[in-house]
Design a protein around this ligand. Structure first.
Ligand code: ADP
Ligand code: MG
Length: 248
């Protein structure tokens, strides 16, 4: 699961119905780097992640992942597929297919996006389930799993892709408090593998622990970034100070 490729975002813009949500985001991520995005709600964090793999269509800017560079204004279908092939996405609400078992959920993108044979996909999916401690749930449907187990499958699904970049959008915020720990534990293990990670989280302690760099977004812009110590112990921008005071 190592990667030598880096990610580079330049001038990313996105509006919804004329209202600007992302206002020229620039962000470079080194291979193996773990970057956490923090910031108030409604500030464009999810939209930023979703624009990177075209779950939302950016209006302008440039997205480079590994050897692929996409000009957002002129992206072709093959570009979008290329970005999707290079990324794994973990959703706040798990977004598992309700009519597929755990192993089928993990196989899905391996077959449809990565074009593995069903046999290969099943083998890789079972290895991942074993790795995340859910081998015994391979044939369970999401409805029969706890929220924590569902999100572990969601993370396993992203891990199975061996993607250049893993995108996590508040992966624990929909969970009951007693289920957060098992998901953070799994994410810690993913982070330890030096997988390149961009995570939006409101778990500040977790971000401090696993991230190499913290990025603070406000009003559709990156306002401040630095090491966890710089951001949490010596915040500069008044908006960051206010945000930390409010959640602290
Ligand atoms: P965050 O993740 O930081 O809470 P979001 O990226 O979800 O913020 O949302 C940023 C802004 O974009 C909000 O004002 C939100 O209402 C708006 N927005 C997000 N997605 C859509 C959409 N699909 N259609 C219209 N507005 C949207
Ligand atoms: Mg969000």
């Amino acid at each position: 699961m190592t990667s030598t490729t880096a990610t580079s975002i330049k001038g990313l813009m996105k509006s919804f119905g004329g209202a600007p949500v992302l206002d020229s985001i620039d962000l470079d991520i080194a291979a193996g780097e773990r970057v956490a995005i923090i910031g108030p709600s409604g500030t464009g964090k999810s939209t930023f992640l979703r624009c990177i793999n075209y779950l939302d269509r950016p209006d302008a800017g440039q997205i480079s992942i590994g050897d692929l560079t996409v000009d957002a204004a002129h992206a072709r279908r093959s570009d979008i597929l290329g970005l999707r092939r290079r990324t794994g996405f973990v959703f706040q609400n798990y977004a598992l297919f309700a009519n597929k078992t755990a192993v089928e959920n993990i196989m899905e993108a391996l077959v449809t996006v990565q074009r593995l044979s069903k046999t290969e996909a099943a083998m890789r999916a079972r290895a991942v389930l074993d790795d995340i401690g859910l081998a015994d749930k391979a044939n369970s449907y999401p409805a029969s799993l706890s929220g924590g187990q569902q999100q572990r499958v969601g993370i396993g699904r992203a891990m199975a892709l061996n993607a250049d970049l893993l995108l996590f959008d508040e992966p624990t915020s929909a969970l009951d408090p007693e289920l957060v720990g098992e998901v953070l534990d799994l994410m810690r293990r993913v982070a330890e593998r030096r997988q390149t990670i961009l995570i939006v989280t409101h778990e500040m302690q977790f971000a401090r622990e696993i991230a190499d760099r913290i990025v603070f977004m406000h009003g559709g812009r990156i306002v401040e970034q630095g090491t966890p110590a710089q951001i949490f112990d010596a915040p500069q921008d008044p908006r960051l100070r206010q945000f930390l005071a409010r959640i602290g």
